[in-house]
Design a protein around this ligand. Structure first.
Ligand code: NAP
Ligand code: MG
Length: 493
């Protein structure tokens, strides 16, 4: 058994070929609760040899045995059953996610519900994958078959651990792929718990394998492995670039969901209360550890001073505290490393701009990687805090003068994941929607995400799309079949 949920720290192994297995090297690594800084689990540390074993299991399960014979209905039922198991265990999973990431319990509960919905969505979609008949001349028949891409290597970050796993596993299973998932080293626990449901859900051994470990060892081995057909990666742009280069050696299919520095644009005619709320929600939800965080808050000069004041007043009321308390609106950052990284940006920000609120560690808090929600204003769009993804509760407020100026500043970034625009003017709203170079645009909101709608970035925020039918497409190949209906010889020679 993987997980001994005894008092104190749990221990987990890798899940390979339907069995829990220790790392071949015997090594383990600790997993922490960032609100107490205590170790909550020890996890087997996979390296190249363990990854090879997992890829071989996934390869074998893809090439022979029951999985290639599973019908679309069978695969759909597996996904429905996984969703059911997740809903049955949602309280325990939410608590574990909350303890491992530091995110507020209420947010963790939403995440786990979204995980189940994602499995249900792709369970339904599994039976809707169809080919196409192509309009070739009358003496032939041409059609396309949609086939699974093969073994998928899936590498995910720590901010929405089980949800990011679901976004990758669910469409892969719907398509008929097999998977080797590598969770982030900081947050592998909920995905590992779900491995306990695989057999009951009807997944044959080797169809989903989970290897724990570090990016530099386990992750890079997965990307380089010739037995892997596709890499689906969510994480930083810096690691995304390394992955594309390494995957080139075996010409793997690659999809990348990377970071952002997304603009949240407020015009003077926006609904005031909703706008102030939306500015804070856009950047401080999940401690700001959100790829689509509205971390550049662009405000029209006519309302700029009042808006910064109103945001600051409201931000004072954001309740920091233990993630398991239901009133908590902001927990600690995920790790010491992330706390140090964001802290260093707070120092940079204090030099580059003015501080409206925050800027350091909250005074009343003892242990845990907590940082205050921080609002910098009068920020230049060329400042480092405007250009670089901080991935923490840090907002850069930037003034603009009129619509063309807003669009110019919003697009002046190497990233293109998301953006939002707030106005009551429908003409202006849609002009801005069409002008922003990003994969997701919200109007008079920021952050709602639905499994039915596509997710992914322009520019250096990556390529490929997750969710909806787009997410399934990325796990499918297209085979063209030509049938000659003309019985006369070709007559060429
Ligand atoms: P990260 O450092 O890029 O790591 C992401 C994953 O890649 C982790 O599993 C990591 O392993 C692994 N990894 C690291 N180096 C690797 C290598 N050389 N080869 C293969 N894998 C490697 O990102 P993070 O700090 O976990 O997450 C934050 C980033 O994710 C932010 O940039 C954020 O914007 C992005 N993100 C994007 C989306 C989206 O949908 N666009 C969603 C969420 C997050 P270890 O952690 O074990 O080292
Ligand atoms: Mg790492």
């Amino acid at each position: 058994m993987s997980s001994s949920a005894t008092a104190g720290a749990r221990s987990y192994q890798n899940f390979v070929n339907g069995k829990w297995q220790g790392a071949i090297s015997g090594k383990t690594f600790p997993v922490y609760d960032p609100s107490t800084e205590e170790i909550i689990a020890q996890v087997a540390a996979a390296d190249g040899a363990d990854v090879d074993r997992a890829v071989q299991a996934a390869r074998a399960a893809f090439d022979s045995g029951p999985w290639p014979l599973a019908t679309a209905q069978d695969r759909g039922r597996v996904l429905f059953k996984l969703a059911e198991k997740i809903r049955q265990n949602s309280a325990a999973l939410a608590e574990l996610e909350c303890r491992n990431t530091g995110k507020p319990i209420v947010e963790a509960e939403y995440d786990i519900a979204d995980v189940a919905t994602c499995f249900e969505y792709y369970g339904g979609l599994a039976t809707k994958v169809t080919g196409h008949v192509n309009p070739v001349p009358a003496n032939a028949l041409s059609f396309t078959l949609r086939e699974p891409v093969g073994v998928a290597g899936q590498i995910i970050p720590w901010n929405y651990p089980l949800l990011m796993a679901a976004w990758k596993l669910a469409p892969a299973i719907a398509a008929g792929c097999t998977c080797v998932l590598k969770p982030a080293e900081q947050t592998p626990l909920t995905a590992l718990e779900c491995a306990n449901y695989f057999e009951e859900a009807g997944l044959p051994p080797g169809v989903i394998n989970i290897v724990n470990g570090f990016g530099e060892t386990a992750g890079s081995a997965l990307v380089a492995h010739p037995g892997v057909d596709k890499i689906a990666f969510t994480g930083s742009a810096a690691v995304g670039k390394i992955i594309v280069k390494s995957a080139a050696d075996t010409l793997k299919r690659v999809t990348l969901e990377l970071g952002g520095k997304s603009p949240n644009v407020f015009f003077a005619d926006a609904d005031w209360e909703a706008a102030v709320d939306g500015a804070l929600f856009g950047v401080f939800i999940n401690q700001g550890e959100v790829c689509s965080a509205g971390s550049r808050i662009l405000v029209e000069k006519k309302i700029y001073s009042k808006f910064v004041e109103a945001m600051t007043e409201k931000a004072k009321r954001i309740k920091l505290g233990p993630p398991l308390e239901r009133e908590t609106k902001m927990g600690p950052l995920v790790s010491k490393e992330q706390y140090d990284r964001v802290s260093s940006y707070l120092e940079i920000g204090k030099k580059e701009a003015k501080t409206a609120i925050g800027g350091g560690r909250p005074k009343q808090i003892g242990k845990g990687y907590y940082l205050e929600p921080t609002i910098f204003y009068d920020v230049d769009n060329n400042a480092r805090i405007s250009r670089e993804e901080i991935f923490g509760p840090v907002a850069s407020v930037i003034p603009f003068e009129g619509e063309p100026d807003a669009i110019r500043i919003a697009n002046d970034t190497p990233y293109g994941l998301a953006g939002a625009v707030w106005t009551r003017d429908i003409y202006k709203a849609f002009r801005v929607v069409k002008s922003l170079r990003a994969g997701i645009i919200w109007v008079n909101h920021m952050q709602p995400t639905y499994v039915e709608a596509p997710w992914g970035g322009y520019k250096q925020s990556g390529f490929g799309r997750e969710l909806g039918p787009w997410g399934l497409e990325e796990y499918l190949e297209t085979k063209q079949v030509f049938v000659n209906l003309d019985e006369t010889p070709i007559g060429w020679y």
